[in-house]
Design a protein. Structure first.
Length: 461
């Protein structure tokens, strides 16, 4: 049975919805309203039958619903969940997200018993379940924001995130709404039924998703995961961050989602064989995923560095070479075109290109370098300081003008004055990845080239 209704349901029921703004069950309802979800929304709460909030009617019981919704959301105490799930099954609901906690993740006998009971009920009614102990799924395209986290109006983007951690997923969702936008988000919680492989299989066919980020603490059905991931990674880049790689982390995963983490060396081998990109921390997970989502892949490893700071140029160049990229000298023709517009005190534009305080050369350099067929991409490093205020709009506009203009990747490092840095980072909403350090930008470029090579190897074992 497909996972599509978790992201594309035309009707949904919230079991545990509330008209009170201080309740989690209200937040889901509010998210639908704020994101302009056009499907039918039903609310079930025995204490508020007959009420109407944000245009949605409340029912005292599931049995009273006028139809069988495509999707059910359960956000009530764990002890009440089996009864609600049975009633949803009787009503004909076949896809359910259980956002309630208090199941196997507690490590208690009662929590495990409740999760086993829920699993049996789901099997009895042929249901697919996400959770329990999660914060739902979200689809920015249709406004189906199935989470109790409070989300402002979500705008469609191209990054998808799949995470085992619920609160982390919710916090990241809020981050994505305010920075890069997103396509789909799935928080899987205890993974009683639906797991990461099911969602990858859906996302790889999703036209809105260009790159997928995964946070996992364990893998359910490793053989199937590798089979699907190997196929999917030839179509879209998938970046994976694994938690629980140490003894202490493994103990934390057990108390967090009830997961039993696998051996690190086995996981690393599986990732390499599947063609996925490994991130080793949250910084890398987001750095790589946004680069893949926003920019075309470099078709070679010849990357030029352009900066108004010699220090940033050196650090970016060192990182490029350290991770397998070349920073070649520019051709005489390109150098001459840059020097024609340069002040007399700029002696060379050989590459890496250090323009010093001649900030007005950024547009000339980017334009001429990226047209060079011997260059496969550019890392632009901008040192921002207060004396640049009279030229801040020029620099931001220069960077904005390259978005979507070329079929080569451009990644930006913006370092320095906080207000100017914020302006450049705001360009991420328009599709230009920005990084706090030259090393992060260069490493992201190297990772893009690494995936390019993977994607070209169509016949890998």
């Amino acid at each position: 049975m497909t996972v599509k209704p978790f992201f594309e349901a035309k009707s949904v029921v919230i079991v545990g919805a509330s008209p009170r703004e201080d309740k989690l069950g209200f937040n889901i309802l509010k998210n639908y309203h704020e994101s302009n979800y056009q499907g039918k929304v039903y609310c079930v709460n025995p204490n508020h039958g007959g009420a109407e909030v944000l245009g949605c009617k409340f029912y005292s019981s599931i049995a009273e619903l006028p139809e069988s919704p495509e999707l059910g959301i359960i956000i009530i105490p764990a002890a009440q969940t089996p009864k609600a799930l049975t009633e949803l099954g009787e009503k004909g609901v076949r896809h359910v997200i259980i956002e309630s906690g208090g199941f196997a993740e507690t490590g208690t006998e009662e929590g495990r018993r409740l999760q086993n009971e829920v699993k049996k009920i789901a099997a009895q009614y042929n249901m697919r379940i996400i959770g329990p102990n999660c914060v739902g799924t979200s689809n920015s395209t249709n406004g189906l924001i199935n989470t109790f986290c409070r989300i402002d109006k979500a705008k469609p983007g191209s990054i998808a995130l799949v995470t085992q951690g619920g609160i982390f997923g919710g916090a990241t969702l809020e981050k994505l709404v305010h920075t890069w936008n997103f396509s789909k988000i799935a928080t899987l919680g205890n993974k009683m039924d639906i797991n990461e492989t099911d969602v990858i299989e859906y996302l790889v066919e999703d036209p809105q998703t260009k790159a997928i980020g995964l946070y996992l603490e364990d893998i359910k059905d490793g053989k199937r995961f590798m089979e699907i991931a190997k196929k999917a990674s030839k179509i879209k880049p998938i970046v994976v961050l694994k938690g629980g790689v140490t003894e202490a982390g493994t103990r934390a995963t057990s108390s967090h989602t009830g997961a039993i983490a696998g051996r690190e060396e086995v996981f690393e081998a599986a990732i390499k064989q599947s063609g996925l990109i490994r991130a080793h921390n949250l910084e890398e997970l987001f750095d790589y995923t946004k680069a893949f989502a926003f920019q075309p892949l470099p078709r070679g490893n010849r990357i030029e560095v352009i900066s108004n700071s010699g220090t940033l140029a050196v650090l970016a160049s060192d990182t490029c070479q350290k991770f397998g990229l070349e920073v070649p000298p520019l051709s005489k023709e390109v150098q001459n075109k840059i020097l024609e517009k340069a002040p007399p005190w700029l002696p060379s534009a050989k590459g890496p290109v250090d323009i010093g305080p001649a900030d007005w050369l950024f547009d000339v350099c980017i334009e001429e370098v990226i047209k060079d067929p011997k260059i496969d991409g550019i890392v632009v490093c901008v040192a921002l300081w207060s004396v640049m205020y009279d030229r801040e709009n020029f620099i931001v506009d220069t960077l904005r003008n390259i978005i979507g203009k070329y079929d080569k990747p451009v990644l930006v490092n913006a370092t320095g004055h906080i207000d100017l840095e914020k302006q450049i980072h705001s360009l991420e909403r328009e599709g230009l990845p920005a990084y706090d350090t030259p090393e992060r930008a260069a490493k992201a470029m190297a990772t893009m080239y690494k995936y390019y090579k993977i994607s070209q190897n169509k016949n890998r074992a």
